[in-house]
Design a protein around this ligand. Structure first.
Ligand SMILES: [Zn+2]
Length: 369
């Protein structure tokens, strides 16, 4: 989560908008080169260098036996491997400022894992950083794209376990599950770079997508999904939140302002996907708060606090996007190591696995399953 605090007071301005409107991975994450990897060519288009790696073969060998996980979006979600999630999280959660060895190791983890899973992997070198994007083409409407992503960079001198090792591990586990079957639509699984420097990696991807005329159905973005607190009044909200989102605020109040839910923030265009997420969360008993921005307001600085991650460039480009988060410093004092280390020991891995599981279901639905 970026620390871009352009905090124009909601309280003063919001009423102008109309108040009251409404695991199982077979290999350890060593970052080593795998047999499936075959970096060969580099192409340059529009100032963006892309290096395709890996093969385009499907991940699951044909055995004649259908994978029971692939029976439905719910079955796919229920095949989540919390141990695999925890292992990836543990590996990623170390200092990985852009350019450092661990930043590169996590970049390699994304590329190698996606390649092993059968994704076509592109290292998108946009000049100052490198996004890793894995693609699996849809079989009926491949021009329609569902994105699942998280940023892998972090600030200096901080392990960034919640921010955003928690999101990258979720992205990799979803990649594993989505690789078990084919979908009508194309899936892009991405590890963004330089989020902490101002959403630079995701902006580069969106600019390229826009230039190519890509039809992005929805982007599910994870940023900080693993901190919870069951204590009363452990959850705070941005100034003026209750005026714009009275229903969500009433739910938080009824819950004693406990920080034990995932916030599901969507632009109006993504509300159907947020609703699918909420249904999945309800099915598995994951507490969630739906925060749907008023139509057309997702680009407004009034909502600066809801725009502090990689979904914002999608919103700015008019693409639907859903942001999944534990709400950062509105719940977690160790955000950016401000009050102490941001490390795995602080985190609620059962909660993070549940957030991931619900996203498997919602993304499979979005992919046409
Ligand atoms: Zn951050």
């Amino acid at each position: 989560m970026t620390n871009d605090l352009r905090r124009i007071s909601w309280l003063v301005l919001v009423c102008g908008l109309g108040c009251g409107q409404t695991g199982g991975s077979a290999t350890a994450p060593t970052g080593s080169t795998t047999e499936g990897e075959a970096t060969t060519t580099t192409t340059t288009t529009g100032g963006t260098t892309v290096t395709p790696t890996g093969s385009s073969t499907t991940a699951e060998p044909t055995t004649g036996e259908p994978d029971p996980c692939a029976a439905s979006p719910q079955a796919l979600a229920d095949c989540i491997d919390p141990a695999a999630y925890a292992e990836d999280l543990q590996f990623i959660a170390d200092v990985r400022t852009p350019g450092t060895p661990h930043w590169k190791a996590v970049q390699d983890l994304c590329a190698d894992r996606l390649s092993e899973l059968g994704y076509q992997v592109v290292l998108m070198d946009y000049g100052t950083g490198v996004n890793v994007v894995g693609r699996r083409l849809g079989k009926a409407t491949p021009e329609q794209i569902v994105v699942v992503a998280a940023h892998y960079d972090h600030i200096a001198d901080c392990r960034g376990a919640d921010d955003n090792a928690s999101g990258v591990a979720a992205t990799l586990e979803i990649a594993r599950l989505l690789a078990k079957t084919e979908f009508d639509r194309t899936v892009h699984v991405a590890c963004w770079d330089e989020e902490e420097d101002g959403l630079i990696g995701s902006e580069a991807y969106v600019a390229a997508a826009k230039a190519a005329g890509d039809d992005i159905v929805v982007d599910f973005n994870f940023d900080m999904i693993a901190f919870t607190s069951a204590a009363e009044n452990s959850q705070t909200v941005p100034v003026g939140f209750e005026l714009v989102f009275p229903e969500a605020y009433a739910e938080l109040e009824a819950n004693g302002f406990r920080g034990d839910f995932v916030a599901v923030m969507s632009s109006a265009k993504a509300n159907a996907h947020a609703a699918a997420y909420a249904a999945a969360a309800d099915r598995i008993g994951l507490r969630r708060a739906l925060i749907e921005l008023p139509g057309g307001q997702e680009t407004s600085d009034l909502f600066a606090d809801l725009r502090r991650s990689d979904h914002a460039p999608f919103w700015d480009a008019g693409y639907p996007a859903v942001f999944l988060t534990d709400t950062s410093e509105f719940r977690y004092a160790n955000y950016h190591c401000m009050a102490g280390p941001d490390e795995v020991a602080n985190l609620d891995l059962e909660f993070a696995a549940a957030v991931t599981r619900a996203t498997v279901e919602a993304s499979a639905v979005a992919l046409g399953m």
